[in-house]
Design a protein around this ligand. Structure first.
Ligand code: FES
Ligand code: FES
Length: 250
């Protein structure tokens, strides 16, 4: 039988040598790459140099009623045009690949995912974002209903939810059916909560504010006013809560 202590010793030595060699090779490669990159960088701060636009196209469309003329890289999507070029940051970037609905806006009154819509395709079209729904200080009924029904928590998905809800009610009014519509030959005049859930299923809310979202949309759709189930605390309630907290921590 071979001497196992020798075998162990050889194995350890082999590992250290190859490991050391491997790390040395890795470090040498890294240094070579860094030096090559340093030679390529024209001036200091090259890492933050702006990306040069390619295949620039000129496009004119209305955003919230105001004409906008932009010269954009042909690959720029509406979401980035709104946020980066027009400073309209109410429209949110969630997944950036058409799966969450956070970037929903209205184009000619129809809901679209702005992360999947090339800005160059919008010549003469009319875009409405969350910033354009209110009239002056007066909120759009859907915005007011979301507040009344506590239809959000962190708020990240909310602008997309509201734009989507507005577009969705328009679709229902035009007689478009959904996957859960029972009688597709009959114009849908009254949306059930199941219809609303199905039609809004492309808008994800990670906070799970779905019950409030459905209640808000249902109120705007049906016109039936439901009671608000929350209210701001009064000074007296706040003081008493503080007092109770004080007792609890003593
Ligand atoms: S950011 Fe557009 S669908 Fe998620
Ligand atoms: S309110 Fe937070 S993701 Fe919907």
């Amino acid at each position: 039988m071979p001497d196992l202590s020798d075998v162990g010793q050889s194995r350890r030595t082999f590992m250290m040598q190859t490991g050391g060699g491997g790390i040395g090779l890795f470090a040498a490669n890294l240094l070579a790459t860094e030096s090559a990159l340093a030679q390529m960088a024209p001036v200091s701060g090259a890492a933050s140099a702006p990306v040069v636009a390619q295949n620039v196209v000129k496009v004119v469309f209305k955003v919230n009623g105001a004409p906008q003329a932009l010269a954009l890289d042909s690959r720029v999507v509406l979401l980035d045009a709104l946020r980066e070029h027009l400073a309209l940051t109410g429209t949110k970037k969630g997944c950036d690949q058409g799966q969450c609905g956070a970037c929903t806006v209205l184009v000619d009154g129809q809901r679209v995912l702005s992360c999947l819509t090339l800005a160059a395709t919008l010549q003469d079209r009319e875009v409405t974002t969350i910033e354009g729904l209110a009239t002056g200080d007066r909120l759009h009924p859907m915005q007011a209903a979301f507040i009344k029904h506590d239809g959000f928590q962190c708020g990240y998905c909310t602008s997309g939810q509201i734009c989507s809800a507005v577009g969705m009610l328009g679709e229902a009014q035009r007689g478009q059916v959904s996957h859960v519509t029972e009688n597709v030959g009959k114009t849908t005049t009254r949306l059930s909560n199941d219809e609303i859930r199905e039609r809004m299923s492309g808008n994800i809310c990670r906070c799970g504010a779905y019950p409030g979202i459905v209640a808000a949309i249902q109120e705007v759709h049906s016109g039936r006013q439901a009671a608000q189930t929350w209210g701001f605390a009064t000074e007296t309630q706040l003081a008493s809560a503080k007092k109770e907290d004080g007792h609890a921590t003593v």
